[in-house]
Design a protein around this ligand. Structure first.
Ligand code: GTP
Ligand code: MG
Length: 329
């Protein structure tokens, strides 16, 4: 049976095809329903319009609920600890991650090139430290997830570009935003920070191997302003200057120790440390090695710094980085 569709119906159908929002789609579908001739021959078409209406409504609702909260990024912890790269736009954060790890973040001579967190693993001696490259800290990027990620990290490397004329004002802007979002760098219990000054690069953005003009002076000013709060290190991703020193600084920042275990009469495997918080006692370490051990532990012997070889120690003994433990139950 021919449907005998009216020009009004055909017009509404065209508007449905051209609609770009769910609201426009729904309006057009309602119009189609109102103008479609109601007889047996259009029964299927009317059922189809109702189905499409339901679909548009559920899809719009789904979009609304998922669109209500802003995007949230989280990076699962890996390795000996998690640190983040923070700083003003175009400071050299991404390039620093590339210099420290095998990660391949986007590096670009313009600001706001990093949009989402990008993690890499930084090798230091026999451990790997997770380092997350982040979008710059600026009013345009100041989203709650960014600051949550910084707060949750074990440490932060604040990067400033020593070749930049507005290094101090961009640094101040970064620090003000961090403060506004309740991120405290350093101080008791909070992540402390290392100020990495990216080495100077030509004002054209071309990678030069020498310090850019004025870099030394800017470094002096940075030191004057911030050295009492954080260690400051001038590094160059370009020449590799102080990149290894930065790895050591990253490890220090974690405030952890590496402890090894061995069985009686055997050698310890020094390639696989237990990474523990500084201040960990023999008792705490035993609990990490094996749950049951902690209860049955009688004493331990230690080979390491601060003790003589194989010294017998009690449960309360505080461990040092590099200690080898022989646990006796
Ligand atoms: N010569 C030299 N150039 C560098 C160094 N670090 C970064 N650059 C250059 O500086 C520009 C910006 O570097 P990025 O690492 O993308 O900067 P970013 O801080 O990640 O920038 P956003 O993600 O936009 O905040 C690029 O052209 C890099 O090649 C460095 O140590 N030496
Ligand atoms: Mg970047």
């Amino acid at each position: 049976m021919p449907a005998n569709l009216t020009p009004q119906y055909l017009d509404a159908e065209r508007r449905f095809r051209e609609a770009t929002t769910p609201e426009e789609q729904l309006a057009a579908l309602n119009e189609m329903m109102a103008t479609i001739p109601k007889h047996k021959g259009t029964e299927h078409m009317r059922a189809d319009i109702r189905r499409r209406m339901a679909k548009v409504r559920t899809e719009a609702a789904r979009k609304r609920s998922s669109g209500r909260g802003p995007t949230w990024h989280h990076v699962p912890r890996e390795g000996a600890g998690q640190e983040v790269l923070i700083g003003p736009p175009n400071a050299g954060k991404s390039r620093l991650l590339a210099a420290l790890s095998n990660a391949t973040p986007v590096v670009a001579p313009y600001p706001f090139s990093t949009r989402t967190p990008f993690p890499g693993m930084v090798p230091f001696e026999n451990v790997q430290i997770q380092l997350i490259d982040l979008p710059p800290i600026a009013p345009e990027t100041a989203e709650p997830w960014l600051f949550a990620l910084i707060r949750q990290a074990d440490g932060a490397l604040l990067v400033a570009d020593l070749a930049s004329d507005d290094l101090l004002s961009s640094m101040e802007e970064t620090l003000t935003l961090l403060e506004r979002f309740n991120v405290s760098l350093g101080g008791a219990g909070a992540p402390s920070e290392d100020g990495g000054g990216a080495e100077g690069r030509g004002s054209s953005g071309s990678a030069g191997t020498s310090q850019g003009p004025g870099a030394d002076g800017r470094l002096d000013i940075l030191r004057e302003l911030y050295a009492s709060r954080w260690p400051i290190l001038a590094v160059s991703a370009e020449t590799g200057m102080n990149i290894d020193a930065l790895r050591l600084e990253m490890f220090r920042l974690l405030n952890v120790i590496r402890v090894y275990t061995k069985a009686r009469g055997r050698r310890a495997d020094l390639s696989v440390p237990f990474v523990l918080k500084r201040g960990t006692t023999v008792q705490d370490a035993a609990a990490v090695v094996h749950k049951d051990f902690a209860d049955r532990l009688k004493y331990a012997r230690i080979w390491g710094t601060g003790t003589f070889e194989g010294q017998m120690v009690q449960r309360e003994h505080v461990l040092e980085d590099g200690d080898i433990l022989e646990l006796h139950a």
